[in-house]
Design a protein around this ligand. Structure first.
Ligand code: DC
Length: 224
């Protein structure tokens, strides 16, 4: 499809910190509108996972770039297939979240993932979640949302998720991890997490998922 037609396809960009619930909200919004969904964090997590499997350090930008360019990944419904194997659970661990945030500081890695993210933009529309969806990847998004929650609320949500999966968790450690990840994602010099001008600020600390979804859908309707 030519560039001018692609630019007419609406995008809803949802950015925010780790464990803010933006993934859940973005998926529900996509479902409600029949739109495609891009979980951009999964791409950074995949680079974290593959580099781990190959013994490449997260500081080694030169080796990470080809790996990011050549990721052999297929997004199938809610599963992520890496080189023919289901990697959906392997990338969701705290360790891979941490590696993702480390590989994501390199501009060359971010650049290598750009076209892949743009390719998700197809009719009738796209809901994209991440850190730089509204600022860098889809600056022409129709609706931009900065979705957050207090660090305590995010740690508590993450704690409940882990316990529900039968994984032991410690609140203090989770809080510390989230603070470190927030600092790295917001403090890096390339495409840091930030609320861009024109974005709607949504604090979900005291909201249910339904309320958050409703609010994003209302903002999207208002943008017409
Ligand atoms: O959204 P997530 O927790 O799955 O993201 C994991 C890490 O990937 C996050 O700590 C920073 C990085 N990331 C990024 O730099 N830019 C994005 N658009 C999405 C994620």
């Amino acid at each position: 499809m030519n560039t001018s037609l692609v630019s007419k396809i609406p995008v809803i960009a949802i950015d925010g910190p780790t464990a803010s619930g933006k993934g859940t909200v973005a998926q529900r919004v996509a479902l409600a509108l029949g739109f495609h969904y891009l979980d951009s964090g999964a791409l950074y997590r995949l680079v974290g996972l593959v580099s781990f499997q190959k013994g490449i350090k997260t500081s080694d930008e030169a080796q990470l770039i080809p790996l990011a360019k050549e990721l052999d990944v297929i997004f199938q419904e809610d599963r992520i297939i890496l080189a023919g194997e289901d990697a959906s659970d392997a990338i969701r661990t705290e360790a891979m979240g941490l590696r993702a945030s480390e590989v994501a500081i390199h501009p060359g890695v971010r650049e290598a993932l750009l076209t892949r993210q743009h390719n998700f933009r197809s009719a009738p529309g796209l809901v994209a979640d991440g850190r730089d969806m509204g600022s860098v990847v889809f600056p022409d998004a129709k609706t931009k949302v900065y979705l957050t929650a207090s660090v305590e609320a995010r740690a508590e949500r993450r704690y409940k998720q882990l316990i529900a999966k039968g994984i032991s968790a410690n609140m203090e450690v989770l809080l510390q991890d989230l603070r470190e990840r927030d600092a790295r994602d917001s403090g890096r010099s390339h495409s840091p997490l930030q609320a861009v001008s024109g974005s709607h600020y949504l604090d979900t600390t005291n909201l249910t998922v339904d309320q958050a979804v409703r609010q994003v859908l209302d903002w999207y309707q208002d943008s017409h």
